[in-house]
Design a protein around this ligand. Structure first.
Ligand code: INI
Length: 156
């Protein structure tokens, strides 16, 4: 039998407050991510009334709202949902980079789990694949990551 102590979050959560920040840009993809996250949280035992959903225009705006929600001290964990799709726009790189950097900063500054489910893809097909078709639903995965991380952080 192992002697070491194991810290590991389980996948059941009934008493946490969770915030989900959702970008409207590429909404046909991002709404499927939101459905996935809500479904995963519900099936982990979290009442829907414990979840707050905030909407922002695009992925670039996600970090500010995540930061304000984290600073409020009201949330045990946050999820960021968006889709940055390269397509024809050169704006892609800076939106994707700033968004990812900002999300990581919020998590470390406020010391709560902030799950990054902002898709960054080359084209729309890849984004659709990750939003509930061939490659699963990254929003649902984010819900489970949130549950595990909230439970783990409670043990630290
Ligand atoms: N926002 C996205 O969420 N996804 C994108 O693919 C995207 N592209 O490609 O431009 C995008 N741009 C908008 C950006 O997030 C801001 O809303 C905008 O720059 C205003 O600050």
């Amino acid at each position: 039998m192992s002697e070491y102590r194991v810290l590991e979050g389980n996948l059941s959560l009934t008493d946490a407050k969770v915030g989900i920040v959702v970008a409207r840009f590429n909404g046909f993809v991002v709404e499927s991510l939101l459905h996935g996250s809500l479904d995963a949280l519900r099936r982990s035992g979290l009442p829907e009334s414990n979840v707050t959903v905030a909407r922002v225009p695009g992925a670039f705006e996600l970090p500010l709202v995540l930061q304000r929600m984290a600073a409020s001290g009201e949330y045990d964990g946050l999820i960021a949902l968006g889709a940055v799709i390269r397509g024809a726009t050169t704006h892609y790189e800076s939106v994707a980079n700033e968004c990812n950097k900002g999300i990581a900063n919020v998590m470390l500054q406020h010391s709560i789990p902030v799950v990054n489910a902002v898709l960054t893809t080359e084209n729309i097909e890849q984004a659709i694949e990750r939003a509930g078709t061939k490659a699963g639903n990254k929003g649902a995965e984010a819900g489970l990551v949130l549950v595990e991380m909230v439970n783990l952080v409670r043990q630290l």
